[in-house]
Design a protein around this ligand. Sequence first.
Ligand SMILES: C[S@@+](CC[C@H](N)C(=O)[O-])C[C@H]1O[C@@H](n2cnc3c(N)ncnc32)[C@H](O)[C@@H]1O
Length: 371
Amino acid sequence: MRTQAALYEEIDLELSWSEAELPERERTKHVHRLHPYLGKYVPQLVETFLRRYGHPGGLVWDPFAGSGTTLVEANAFGAPAAGCDVSAFNCLLARVKTAEYQGEALLADVVALAECGEARERGAPSAYLAEWYAPRALAELLAFRDRIPGTAYPDLWRVVLSRAARSARLARHFDLDFPAEPVRGEYACYKHRRLCRPVEEADKFLRRYVRDAVQRVLQFADVRGCSEATVLHGDARALDPPGPVDIVVTSPPYPGLIDYHEQHVYAFELLGLERRDDDEIGRGVAGYCEGVAAVLRRAGQALRPGGRVVVVVNDRRGLYDGILDAAGLRLEDRMLRHVNRRTGRRKGEYFEEVLVAVPAGRRPRAATTRA
Ligand SMILES: C[S@@+](CC[C@H](N)C(=O)[O-])C[C@H]1O[C@@H](n2cnc3c(N)ncnc32)[C@H](O)[C@@H]1O
């Protein structure tokens, strides 16, 4: 285990942006903050490596696509991109972020979504929805869901619905990531420093997030390229990219850290998405190294000559030398990055590593000039 002082000695300053160099509004620019997602990397990291090793027009592959950060940045860089994820919600989010939108059709959707329709007869809500929502909040969420079919961009509004559903749960205001149980009465809220009550309505969130989503997709439209972004839903151990890959930029899950299905459980419930929890890598340590190695081996085999695999990890357990070896990859460069987490709830210093690897059989090349 390296000491804090030793870690500071190794930090790559080019990749360790301070708050002043890379403020929160840049880290969460346009579609990158369309919906909360725990465990994503900063878009500027992807941008840096695409500029360093990628080529406009060359396919970018992210087998652990998550919220779609790599795909969005690849598109802005001018490269076609493809990614896969085992979580149907993450796939929906990545598709929505990379899609193309027309201003007029968006505005027509906004008007249609604001219209009050006939109240519909519904059966009893699922046990989860009945437990986690006040009756009024649930009725407002379901009424919004009823208005989505028939809009021009149903998937965008499904993401907005999910975002509002996250905010409208009977959860403590400071505990929105993984609330353990619903709260129904007053509680001491350390975020607002007073007694708070859980929210009991959803319309105010729906209105706010509809507006925010429109602004964000239109902001991205200003930098969006015309290359295609493909999102595959499935287990990356069994999926290949749609063609020869120029560069892989990815961040695998880490064992026992984040349950990627559970963090969006409300979306799975409201949107009726298929869960594939058993295929999720990292829910435990068992099978973790073999799983990630299998994914990276496929990625390495899909590389064009000269292509690279860039993996962002927090390798506290020192697993990645073995994983790269098992994947048939050779480490070309290893960089340590200090992560500025001003907005995160977790305290303390946080470091992550960027591993740059190539197929083990490839002859070492002269060092490339960094952008
Ligand atoms: C660290 S996150 C990636 C975050 C992403 N870089 C971003 O910025 O949004 C890892 C992702 O791997 C996905 N995942 C876990 N097991 C998987 C599997 N077997 N196949 C494909 N994706 C998987 C999780 O659902 C999660 O979205």
